[in-house]
Structure formats: structure tokens, C-alpha cells
Design a protein around this ligand. Structure first.
Ligand code: UD1
Length: 344
């Protein structure tokens, strides 16, 4: 029998792509999600893409009893990939308690239930946000953790500490913390992608919605930063590449290849791309002209950050493969497909 992996938040943007890659690699996947920011029909699309329908349970990881029952129902779960979390930076400033409750309690419940059900490993979705504005670029995993700019960012830092403290206390848990840079793009089938609720806060969804005419104009938040073209710089990572990093990481845990019980990897491309470069890259890749304007800076934005992915490349044996051009084209194809499906 193939090994069972539980994916929390498995109908979300990164989760759904990861479920596909896990299934493609022969894992049996159980998805749980409270559908607070996704739809159950994502399961249908995962099945269309991978040919396998994962088991699905609608529940909130903050519900300890319900989570306990899932572990009991699907006996022998070996590993967990824990995506389930709230992730809107702005919303977290307005509703900090919602963010602390959701993001902390769900992880605490998972960690409490793992030993009870003999689950060995956990992959945790962390973020480059833990570095704040790094003193040195590209940023390595050894860079100091800076004070969080938002409650959302703080939940990532605290959750990393919760995992470390739990493992240090002797709990029989092995963990890999993946610090994502900026995931963008969609599955090449255009059946899976990012579907933000309401007005998108992130750059690429806003950009593709502008290109298709849902939004009138894309605002570029600032062109007076100390960067070559004045706009912010990020490390944009293809979501399928990112999904594959989870498969390699779960393999590493289950094969007992870890050098330490808690390992941290930067998951980025190693290339910094400015917001304006991304816009022009999109226009070139798709032939679609974008209506955009430069406006003032957005509060809380980091000027520039990109990964040193050497540790992930060498130790994990994972490397981002997709070009930025193909990735932007995939984001556009996803937006076109949404229109075809009458969704947006
Ligand atoms: C933020 C978080 C990151 C989180 C991610 C997903 C921080 C520092 N980063 O990333 O941890 O995982 O959101 O929610 O908290 N931009 C525009 N116009 C727009 C939208 C964005 O110019 O309409 C610019 C931003 O100013 C920024 C860049 O595009 O420079 C990327 O923004 P965004 O996609 O929101 O991601 P981050 O803020 O980098």
C-alpha cells in the first residue's frame, strides 16, 4: 500500500497543486479543508489533472475532535503537510485575534495529535516574511529573524517556534519548515490556480484580472525604492515547482534522510525580479498590454528580497525549473479558463 499523507488546506492554491504532485509520486492523499477560501470542486479538478480522486473531509483544523476523528478514520497516516492557515496580510492587521486563533490553534492541534496517531513527519508552510528586510541578499536560512510586520507574519514566526519547542521537548516528530518566497502561476492544465476572494491583494492575481478587464488598472506600489528601476524586488516561484518541493521534503522525512529533526529550507528561484520587470515580462509572454500606473508605496512592504536556494538545491535535491515567462503564461491561461468557466 502506498503511504498515506494528510494535506490540510488541500483545496487551496498551493495545497491543491501539492496534492496533484503527491499523487503523481504514488502517495495516497487525504485532503482536509474548511473551504473558507476555496471550493470543493477543486477536488474534481485535482482528479481531472492527476486521474486520482483524493479522499476529502470538510473540517476546520481548529476543531480538535473532528481532526482526531480523521486520524482515526484514515489509520496509518505517515506524514502531514500543513497548509491550512489564513494568509491575507492586510486582514491580519484588522483581525489579529482571528489570525492568532486560526493559525496557531490549528498547528497546535496537529502537533498534539501526531504522536497519538503515530504520525512521523510534518511539513510546515512558512514564509520568507520571517526575514523581514534582510541585511544581506540573497537571503540564506541563517539570516536573523526580524520583528514581524504583521500579525500574519508573526503567526509564521511563532509557528516555527512552536514546532521547534515541541520537537525539543522530546515529542517524536520530524519537521521540515519550507520558507516560501512569492508563489505565482497555475497548473499547466489551467484547471488549478489561485482564486482570491474579492479584490486580490497579491500582485499576479490583480495583474491577470486587470489584463482580462475585471480591474481597470494595476497600481504599482512605489517606484522610488533603492532598486534599479525603483520598484520592489521579489523572488517569484512557480507554484508547481513549489508543490514539488513538498514531495521531496516528505520523501526526505519518511526515508529518514534528515540531518536534524527540524530542518529549514528556502524555497525560491534565487532570482530577484522587480514588479515592473514582472509586468513587462507578462506583456512579452502573453502579448497582452497592461494598463498600469505608479502610485505611492504600500505600508509594510519589504523593499527587496530573494532567496539563496543553495541549501534546498544541494541538500534537498530540489531546484526551481520553470521559466518566469512560462509561469506568467500559465497564470494568464488560468485567468482565461476562469472566464470560460464563468467564474471570473
Ligand atoms: C506577502 C507577504 C508574504 C505572503 C504573501 C501572500 C510580507 C512581507 N509578504 O508577500 O509573506 O506569503 O503576501 O499573501 O508580508 N504589488 C503592486 N501592486 C499590487 C499588488 C502588489 O505593486 O496590486 C507589489 C507589492 O508592493 C510588492 C509586490 O508587488 O512589492 C508583491 O506583492 P504581493 O504579491 O502582495 O506579495 P508580498 O507582499 O511580497
Amino acid at each position: 500500500m502506498s503511504e498515506r499523507i494528510l494535506v490540510t488546506g488541500g483545496t487551496g492554491y498551493i495545497g491543491s497543486h501539492t496534492v496533484v504532485e503527491l499523487q503523481n509520486s504514488g502517495y495516497e492523499v487525504i485532503v482536509i479543508d474548511n473551504l473558507s477560501n476555496s471550493n470543493a470542486d477543486v477536488i474534481d479538478n485535482i482528479e481531472k489533472v492527476s486521474g486520482i480522486r483524493p479522499a476529502f473531509e470538510k473540517l476546520d483544523c481548529c476543531d480538535f475532535q473532528a481532526l482526531d476523528a480523521v486520524f482515526a478514520k484514515y489509520e496509518g497516516i505517515k506524514g502531514i503537510i500543513h497548509f491550512a492557515a489564513s494568509k491575507a496580510v492586510g486582514e491580519s492587521v484588522e483581525k489579529p485575534l482571528l489570525y492568532y486563533r486560526n493559525n496557531l490553534l490549528s498547528l497546535i492541534n496537529v502537533l498534539e495529535l501526531m504522536p497519538k496517531h503515530g504520525v512521523e513527519g510534518i511539513i510546515f508552510s512558512s514564509s520568507c516574511t520571517v526575514y523581514g528586510q534582510p541585511d544581506q541578499l540573497p537571503v540564506t536560512e541563517q539570516a536573523p529573524i526580524k520583528k514581524a510586520e504583521s500579525p500574519y507574519g508573526n503567526t509564521k514566526q511563532i509557528n516555527e517556534e512552536i514546532i521547534r519547542d515541541t520537537v525539543a521537548s522530546g515529542s517524536p516528530i520530524n519537521a521540515i519548515l519550507l520558507r516560501y518566497f512569492n508563489p505565482i502561476g497555475a497548473h499547466p492544465s489551467a484547471l488549478l490556480g489561485e482564486l482570491p476572494n474579492g479584490v486580490p491583494q497579491n500582485l499576479v492575481p490583480f495583474l491577470t484580472q486587470t489584463a482580462i478587464g475585471i480591474r481597470e488598472k494595476l497600481s504599482v506600489f512605489g517606484d522610488d525604492y533603492s532598486t534599479p528601476d525603483g520598484s520592489c524586488i521579489r523572488d517569484f516561484i512557480n507554484v508547481v515547482d513549489l508543490a514539488k518541493a513538498h514531495v521531496v521534503a516528505i520523501h526526505r522525512i519518511l526515508d529518514k534522510k534528515q540531518k536534524e529533526k527540524v530542518e529549514v529550507f528556502n524555497i525560491g528561484t534565487g532570482r530577484g525580479v522587480s514588479v515592473l520587470e514582472l509586468i513587462h515580462g507578462f506583456e512579452k509572454a502573453t502579448g497582452v498590454k497592461l494598463n498600469y500606473q505608479i502610485v505611492g508605496r504600500r505600508a509594510g512592504d519589504i523593499e527587496q528580497v530573494w532567496a539563496n536556494p543553495d541549501f534546498a538545491n544541494n541538500e534537498l535535491g530540489w531546484k526551481a525549473q520553470e521559466t518566469l515567462e512560462d509561469t506568467l503564461r500559465s497564470a494568464w491561461n488560468w485567468q482565461l479558463k476562469l472566464r470560460e468557466r464563468g467564474i471570473q
